[in-house]
Design a protein around this ligand. Sequence first.
Ligand code: FES
Length: 98
Amino acid sequence: MTDLGLESAFTKFPAMLTLSAESFFLVKGKKGGYQLLSAICPHSHGDIRKADNCFTCPSHGWHFSLDNGECINGPLARMYSAPVVVKNGHLVVEGELP
Ligand code: FES
């Protein structure tokens, strides 16, 4: 289990986080649920960055949705993800980090 901190501390999404020396994005979906997305590209492990309207991997140009990490310009793929729940006002990843 990983406690990401108080839900109220996150006011802008996606929020970039570093956990165990790895980079992640905390995103909030259109229906309000949270996910933690890995910044490691599912294609060939490039470093995903946030662009203006999407996440992007400069290695081969895949783009991903800011809402849920789904690939929006290529194959049926998505960023590695883990669900985030709210527990006692904190955002928590109950399983393994993505
Ligand atoms: S490694 Fe990210 S698109 Fe290829």
